[in-house]
Design a protein around this ligand. Structure first.
Ligand SMILES: [Zn+2]
Length: 225
């Protein structure tokens, strides 16, 4: 899990959010779900508030009750380690001593993981915090990629056309005009060839046939402006 997952959570794109069926079989699942949902929604709102501040302050953190809330949770998270399938596994758990802080009971494990990841990320320098961006188009948060120095749009919106409507319209008009000119030119050439052939057939000398054919074209199709 990294900062991108945290931003996904802020954007409402975190998969667990869509299917919070982890505790479906619990006898009080309905009421637990309601409290859990409340905890999720509130965390999301607070997270967004902090992200907005980071963006406005260009990577600097500012004190707020929202940040204090996450810090409090962070202070109550302990790491538990165990070995599984030959690997060391790290788990975030709420310190049992602080479980009397009733509100923490409603935080699903994955949400605790998200908050823990976010707090760890906030330990980074301004340079990294500044890479949190909000897409100018879809308004979703994203973490700036290494490839770009300045990125206004998320990876999806980068592929869209962001040229202003009036400039787009002008370009379309210009290319239409050019296409029309090309078509007119083709038409004139075709008519010229046809008339020239006819005049030669009728026995006119080449220079006369050329002159007459040109006159016919101008007469019938006027000149290109
Ligand atoms: Zn976007």
């Amino acid at each position: 899990m990294d900062i991108k997952d945290v931003l996904k959570f802020a954007n409402n794109e975190y998969s667990v959010l869509v299917k919070p069926n982890l505790i479906d079989n619990h006898p009080f699942s309905a009421s637990i779900k309601m409290q859990e949902r409340k905890a999720i929604k509130e965390s999301q709102k607070k997270l967004k508030h902090i992200l907005e501040n980071i963006i406005i302050n260009k990577g600097k953190l500012s004190k707020s009750k929202e940040l204090d809330h996450f810090i409090e949770i962070g202070n109550n998270i302990i790491k538990k380690y165990r070995v599984e399938s030959g690997r060391l596994i790290e788990n975030n758990e709420i310190n049992e001593l602080s479980l009397r802080k009733a509100f923490l009971l409603n935080y699903p494990v994955w949400l605790i993981d998200i908050i823990s990841t976010f707090i760890k990320f906030l330990l980074h320098s301004e340079k990294y915090l500044r890479k949190i961006k909000k897409c100018n188009d879809c308004k979703k948060y994203f973490y700036q990629s290494k490839l770009y120095k300045y990125q206004k749009y998320c990876s999806i919106c980068t592929k869209k056309n962001h040229t202003p409507k009036d400039i787009q319209a002008e370009r379309t008009q210009r290319s239409r005009n050019a296409a029309k000119k090309r078509k007119d030119k083709d038409k004139r050439e075709l008519l010229y060839k046809k008339e020239y052939k006819r005049l030669i057939k009728e026995g006119h000398p080449m220079n006369k046939a050329k002159e007459f054919a040109e006159l016919i074209v101008i007469e019938q199709l006027s000149e290109i402006e």
